[in-house]
Design a binder for this molecule. Sequence first.
Ligand SMILES: *[C@@H]1O[C@H](CO)[C@@H](O)[C@H](O)[C@H]1NC(C)=O
Ligand SMILES: *[C@@H]1O[C@H](CO)[C@@H](O)[C@H](O)[C@H]1NC(C)=O
Ligand SMILES: *[C@@H]1O[C@H](CO)[C@@H](O)[C@H](O)[C@H]1NC(C)=O
Ligand SMILES: *[C@@H]1O[C@H](CO)[C@@H](O)[C@H](O)[C@H]1NC(C)=O
Ligand SMILES: *[C@@H]1O[C@H](CO)[C@@H](O)[C@H](O)[C@H]1NC(C)=O
Length: 219
Amino acid sequence: MSDYNHHDGGSSCFRCCFSFTLTLGLTSLFMWLSLRTSNPILSIQDIYIPALNKTLNSTDYQKIYIDLKFDNTNKDKGIYYHPINITLHYYINGSTSISSSKIPISNYTIRGFYQGHNKKARRKDWVDTYGVPWEAAVDGGGLAVFRVDLTTVIRFKILAWKTKKHRLVVGTDFEVDGVGKKERKKGTRLRSGAPELGSGQFPVGLGLVVFSGLLLVFN
Ligand SMILES: *[C@@H]1O[C@H](CO)[C@@H](O)[C@H](O)[C@H]1NC(C)=O
Ligand SMILES: *[C@@H]1O[C@H](CO)[C@@H](O)[C@H](O)[C@H]1NC(C)=O
Ligand SMILES: *[C@@H]1O[C@H](CO)[C@@H](O)[C@H](O)[C@H]1NC(C)=O
Ligand SMILES: *[C@@H]1O[C@H](CO)[C@@H](O)[C@H](O)[C@H]1NC(C)=O
Ligand SMILES: *[C@@H]1O[C@H](CO)[C@@H](O)[C@H](O)[C@H]1NC(C)=O
């Protein structure tokens, strides 16, 4: 036993070390691949604002119909949504360039829910508004411009356990025409203003393990 080790110690140690780091590296890579998560894709599918429907000729009914789609594109990870806060703004004079011309007109909350992998969900609501200058919006001459912002916290479900919390903050402008419908007929995606952190990134800890493994192998 000790004899064998005495003669061949260095080389067997090297081989052992090599396969150990290789296994560690491959395991890390595999773990990273299977732990990688993508944020859900959110979009407005439909909008109807009866007060802006010129044919109705009335701004008495002041609710907004909004149809949101939640698309979990992860192949094998579920998503837990905390309560979802939504705010709507109206751009005075239809201008999106001046931030001060944006006024809050509505806010509401969608109850949190769980969404399985590869699943889509719709949330359709009639929401109350306040402070919209309806006459100006109807007679504005062009399209009325609004903004929707959505804030929530999500956690991913991987096999039997939950990841840590991720803040999800997305939004988009949308335009409404003379019959009160969203100008773009296709879905309008809500996007994040800031670069998305903590999602799909190579974990620093695993990176260090792989890096030091490589150093050992090539030394
Ligand atoms: C606008 O109002 C008219 C009159 O009530 C109605 O026929 C029409 O369907 C409305 N437009 C939309 C997009 O609902
Ligand atoms: C719209 O309603 C106002 C009063 O509510 C009326 O004076 C006007 O004629 C109506 N316009 C049309 C096109 O029906
Ligand atoms: C914007 O609209 C307000 C009233 O809503 C008006 O007083 C102002 O002149 C408008 N500004 C521009 C640049 O059109
Ligand atoms: C939410 O809406 C209510 C009125 O419905 C308003 O008083 C409140 O200030 C709004 N909150 C935010 C954060 O906009
Ligand atoms: C949603 O709004 C509630 C009440 O204003 C607040 O307590 C909560 O932190 C908000 N959620 C997020 C994700 O900002």
